[in-house]
Design a protein around this ligand. Structure first.
Ligand SMILES: *Cc1c(COP(=O)(O)O)cnc(C)c1O
Length: 375
């Protein structure tokens, strides 16, 4: 039932699909079979390498799959520990568990909401194998500090850049700095293939190992048909998905600019309110996948009230990730005071390519209205 009084729905994200993506997808569906069944996949991987400035890419069926493959390629397994931030989506931790290794959660920095390098250093044990740097909501981890720690202790530094396409650290794109990087093209991300992901690396040996793993353990130099040399994985992206990805890659600068335009309007209109937004330190660029407000700790802030205001105005509300250590499958870490306090004071704001200034202003008035009613 449509009601003239109901304001139009504001989604928290939605993909930007144009005639270009539709044309490529139609072409893939019409012609992309038989000997042409990898054409869009190959092209997509090349485009992604060029965009990121890396040598190798393997398109996957999800970001989770890309992480799983990469960590398996590094030989992470039972007895190993991987350090990551407590505030995260479960997808970053799950592949560690699937491999029989242990995710070691540490607290985050109050301004970037990403790994605290000092906490990482304190969590290192003889079992530590890798540090997983997740660039949360587009915000960058302190890659210089993490790189130094990894080097000093002989650890792998992995980047989960699923939320950070468009983010740049001192001239290097997120996802291109670690031993490998993983991206997601889920429908909520800045660029999408419906579902999908990609593994990227500059490391030849790791690339070959992951390529074999990604093909059910069949090495590409193997002459025998159907001859796996080990147990591998099946996380492939289809040519149809890659066709949409090729269109998105041609428009990637525009897609990132869209996220930045929305963030900047939020930043300008929320300027006088007691909130911190996604940071953008000197010599970095934030891809601003998800504009987020964090109420200052001395501000009375009730996020349920903001969510109610959103609901009343037909706006999707999305809570900041819970600290993983508050979920039932992890050990509680009440000492992670930054993670605990952030999560209660923060909320993600809607952002999608076609979002109008009027829609942004509707969101802002809900956020500021909810604040006014309790102060
Ligand atoms: C979306 C996301 C993933 C998982 O990607 P899928 O494509 O959904 O598997 C992993 N890590 C982070 C940080 C994400 O935001």
């Amino acid at each position: 039932m449509s009601d003239a009084q109901t304001p139009s729905r504001i989604y928290y994200t939605k993909p930007s699909i144009t005639e270009l993506e539709i044309r490529y997808a139609t072409d893939a569906a019409t012609h992309g079979w038989g000997e042409r069944c990898y054409e869009y996949i190959d092209r997509f991987e090349r485009q992604f390498c060029t965009h990121l400035g890396v040598r190798h890419a393997i398109a996957t069926s999800s970001g989770t799959g890309a992480l799983h493959l990469g960590m398996a390629g590094l030989g992470i397994g039972p007895g190993d520990e991987v350090i990551l931030a407590d505030i995260n989506w479960i997808a970053s931790a799950a592949p560690i568990v699937h491999l029989g290794a242990r995710p070691v959660l540490v607290d985050v920095l109050p301004d970037t909401w990403c790994l605290d390098p000092a906490a990482v250093r304190a969590a290192i044990t003889p079992r530590t194998k890798a540090i997983l740097a997740v660039h949360l909501y587009g915000n960058l981890c302190d890659m210089d500090a993490l790189q130094a720690i990894a080097q000093e202790h002989g650890l792998h530094l992995i980047e989960d850049a699923a939320e950070a396409i468009g983010s740049v650290w001192h001239g290097r794109r997120a996802g291109s700095m670690g031993i490998f990087g993983a991206f997601s093209f889920h429908g909520t991300k800045t660029m999408t293939t419906g579902e999908g992901g990609i593994f990227v690396t500059d490391d030849e040996t790791l690339y070959e190992r992951v390529l074999t793993l990604s093909n059910h353990g069949r090495a590409r130099c193997e002459a025998r048909q159907f001859w796996p040399e080990r147990i591998g994985f099946k996380y492939k992206m289809s040519n149809l998905q890659a066709a949409i990805g090729c269109g998105q890659m041609e428009r990637i600068d525009e897609l990132i600019a869209g996220k930045r335009r929305i963030f900047e309007r939020y930043r300008d209109t929320l300027r006088d309110l007691p909130f911190a937004l996604n940071p953008e330190p000197a010599s970095t660029t934030n891809g601003y996948w998800m504009p987020t407000v964090v109420a200052h700790s001395d501000t009375p802030f009730d996020r349920a009230r903001v969510l109610d205001a959103f609901r009343a105005d037909n706006i999707d509300g999305r809570v900041f990730f819970w600290p993983l250590s508050t979920l039932p499958m992890f050990v509680a870490r009440p000492q992670h005071t930054v993670s605990r306090s952030l999560s209660a004071r923060a909320i993600n704001l809607p952002s999608y390519h076609d979002m109008t200034d009027e829609e942004i202003d509707r969101v802002v008035s809900c956020v500021s209205g909810a604040l006014g009613s309790i102060s």
